[in-house]
Design a protein around this ligand. Structure first.
Ligand SMILES: Cc1ncc(COP(=O)(O)O)c(C=O)c1O
Length: 275
C-alpha cells in the first residue's frame, strides 16, 4: 500500500514531481521498519532516527502526518511486511538549493523475504567518510551503496563492507557489523561514520542486560579479516552470521557470540514490539 502527502494512492500512479529535491539531488531521509501482525517493530526508535536524520539535513518533519501515513498503510494489518517512510526536500529548483515547498512525505508497505542463514561479505575499495556532512544520517543518497553492493554481488557476496577514511571497520551498505576481536564482541563506534542502526542499538542494550560485554571499538579493517566469527545486523536481516569475508570462510559461522546475540535478540524482540 502507498500513501503520499495525506492520501492513499495506487502504487502505479505517478505521485512525485520530476523536480522533487529527493530525485534531483537525493535530498531526503528514510526509514525501513519491520511490520509483524500489523504492528511496526520499534516505531518510536525509528521515528526518533527519522527526526534526527531530518534535523541533520535541516528538513522539517511533521511527525503527526508521518504517523497518519503509517496508520493508513497498515489498515489491512499485513502479517509480515516492510514499511518504508520517505521524506524529501519536496519540489525545488534543479540544483542543490532546496525550494520552499512543503516536504514530500511517502509511506509504503512492501514485501519482506527471509534471508539465508548466513551471508558472505566483500570489503569494497571505497570508504565511508566519517567526517561527511551526512555521516550517520539515513539519507536517500545511497548511490555509494548501490555501487558497493554491485561490487559485492559481482564477487558472489550478498553484502558489501566499508572501512572509513582511517581504514577502520565501519558498516555494510544496509547493515551494521559485529565481530570477534581478541575473544570479545566488538562493533564500530558511531564516530566511525556508521549509521546508528536500530538493530545495533537494541542488540547492544540487550546483550549488556544479559551480561555479555559489547565493545564499541574502532578497529583496523585488518582485524575484521582476522576475526573468528562475525555477523551483520539490520531491520530486515536481524542477526545474520557472516560465513566468509572476501571469499575466506570464517572459523565459525555461527560462532558462540553470534549464537548468543541471535538468541537474545529473538527473545527480547518477541517480548516487546516497541522497545
Ligand atoms: C547504511 C546502513 N547501516 C546500517 C543499517 C542497519 O540499520 P537498522 O538496524 O536500523 O535497520 C542500515 C539499514 O538499512 C543502513 O542503511
Amino acid at each position: 500500500m502507498l500513501w503520499v502527502n495525506g492520501e492513499v494512492v495506487h502504487e502505479d500512479q505517478p505521485v512525485v514531481l520530476a523536480h522533487d529535491h529527493g530525485l534531483v539531488v537525493g535530498d531526503g531521509v528514510f526509514e525501513t521498519c519491520e511490520v509483524k501482525d500489523g504492528v511496526v517493530f520499534a516505531l518510536t526508535r525509528h521515528l526518533r532516527r527519522l527526526r534526527d536524520s531530518a534535523r541533520g539535513l535541516g528538513l522539517g518533519i511533521d511527525e503527526a502526518l508521518v504517523r497518519s501515513g503509517v496508520e493508513a498503510v497498515l489498515a489491512d494489518r499485513p502479517a509480515w511486511a516492510r514499511l518504508r517512510i520517505t521524506v524529501t526536500g519536496g519540489p525545488s529548483p534543479y540544483g542543490s538549493e532546496r525550494g520552499t515547498a512543503a516536504p514530500t512525505v511517502m509511506v509504503a508497505t512492501g514485501s519482506m523475504h527471509a534471508w539465508p542463514p548466513t551471508t558472505d561479505v566483500a570489503v569494497v575499495p571505497w570508504v565511508r567518510n566519517e567526517r561527511a556532512a551526512t555521516a550517520g544520517l539515513k539519507t536517500t543518497s545511497y548511490a555509494d551503496n548501490v555501487v558497493a553492493l554491485r561490487y559485492a554481488h559481482d564477487r558472489g557476496a550478498a553484502e558489501a563492507v566499508f572501512a572509513n577514511t582511517r581504514d577502520e571497520v565501519c558498516e555494510g551498505t544496509g547493515s551494521n557489523l559485529f565481530f570477534e576481536y581478541d575473544g570479545a564482541l566488538v562493533t564500530p563506534p558511531l564516530d566511525s561514520g556508521c549509521l546508528g542502526g536500530i538493530t545495533r542499538e537494541l542488540l547492544i542494550e540487550w546483550l549488556r542486560d544479559d551480561g555479555v560485554p559489547v565493545h564499541e571499538l574502532a578497529t583496523p579493517i585488518a582485524a575484521f579479516h582476522r576475526t573468528r566469527e562475525a555477523f551483520i545486523t539490520s531491520t530486515t536481516r536481524g542477526v545474520q552470521p557472516i560465513r566468509a569475508i572476501d571469499g575466506a570462510p570464517l572459523a565459525q559461522a555461527p560462532g558462540p557470540l553470534t549464537e548468543r546475540a541471535a538468541a537474545v535478540f529473538a527473545r527480547r524482540a518477541a517480548a516487546d514490539s516497541d522497545p
